[in-house]
Design a protein around this ligand. Sequence first.
Ligand code: SDX
Length: 387
Amino acid sequence: MADQDVRELTSDDPPVKARGLEGVVALESSLSFIDGQKGELIYRGYDIHDLAEGASFEEVVYLLANGSLPTEDELAGLRQELRSERTLPDPVLDLLRNAPDDAHPMAVLRTAVSALGLYDDEADVMEEAANRRKAVRILAQIPTIIASFDRIRKGLDPVAPLDEGTMAHNFLYMLNGEEPGEAAERIFDVCLVLHADHGLNASTFTSRVIGSTLSDMYSAIPGAIGALKGPLHGGANREVMRMLLEIDEQGADPAEYVKERLAQGERVMGFGHRVYKTMDPRAAILRDLVKELSEEAGEMKWYEYSMAILDTMRDEKGIDPNVDFFSASTYYQLGLDPDLFTPIFALSRTAGWTSHLLEQWADNRLIRPRAQYVGDRNRSFVPLQER
Ligand code: SDX
């Protein structure tokens, strides 16, 4: 039905809106599927448990962008492309040097990715091949942006990426200035796999709305980063760690702490989800990872606090954790700074955002929903001098 066949709705009509577009199916996609009742997530037909267990993040990048898991040669080709694109244009590195040390890392990431577009000759070329090259370029450079800004704000020199190694290996190397241990690299790689795509979440939808106007990838990805920054979305993992640290500093009982927050009518970050009505399968995988890390480190408190909070939220509100809840303690146990948790989420989700843009452009239609007008009507105009 074309839009012109549907008259504009007003306050004379019964309310039709779905608040926050809840339950609205906006488009078709082949990238990922979520069954919120069963707690199931698949990427291009593969269950998230199989991918977390057996695939590297680069394999998932290839799967989302191309629709199939790569062969050895295809994977080697993607890894070579990513390696060749990791270095930042000098003016973007200068932008990171000039950013305030206390700037929000997601604001720095949003700004730097936007700046990358100024130095990419293909920024406004909308051919598929150019967009695929830009997708690899942006994905390769985001880890360098995050790691370089973190070191600069700490008064350290940025560390150049290695010529070999996976994205997970190189990110931790550029961040810490030393190569990660095998366990840390594997667990971080699984985290990247788990965050890569997730249907039409707010930041992915944002990227597709921007892409649907035929604007460019350097406009759509900063827009998605801006959406992910919010505490109701990707920013929740930072807030979860803030809560765990506050519990620890206060020597509070986690269950009592959460009950007090709920009694104040507050949201407990890391819980609830628009689609999942049972445990987010990613949260279950991360729960096991943080237990493994905690046992290896001999530091169980973050895991124990988290499990006490989980039990309390289930008992008090019947609400399960989402991906942000256990990713917080997992990243913390890996030695990552809490304000880097959301940029790391963005690093991984860039695989999803760019693949959704390629899918949008393959069969594009401008995304333009309707609003029900509930404002004033038929008002008589009074000229300024008479008001
Ligand atoms: C991500 O969409 C995606 O796929 C996102 C994501 C992805 O991979 O891209 O999965 C990643 O963003 C996960 C979500 C991270 N956000 C948080 O953890 C923030 C805390 N969560 C809530 O704000 C909330 O659960 C949302 C925003 C995630 C979902 O909100 P909805 O679907 O709009 O649900 P709602 O706000 O209408 O809440 C329904 C009820 C309410 O109770 P009543 O007021 O009706 O009595 O559940 C309660 C809410 O109060 N509730 C919570 C709660 N979440 C929902 N109560 C306390 N703490 C919470 N966290």
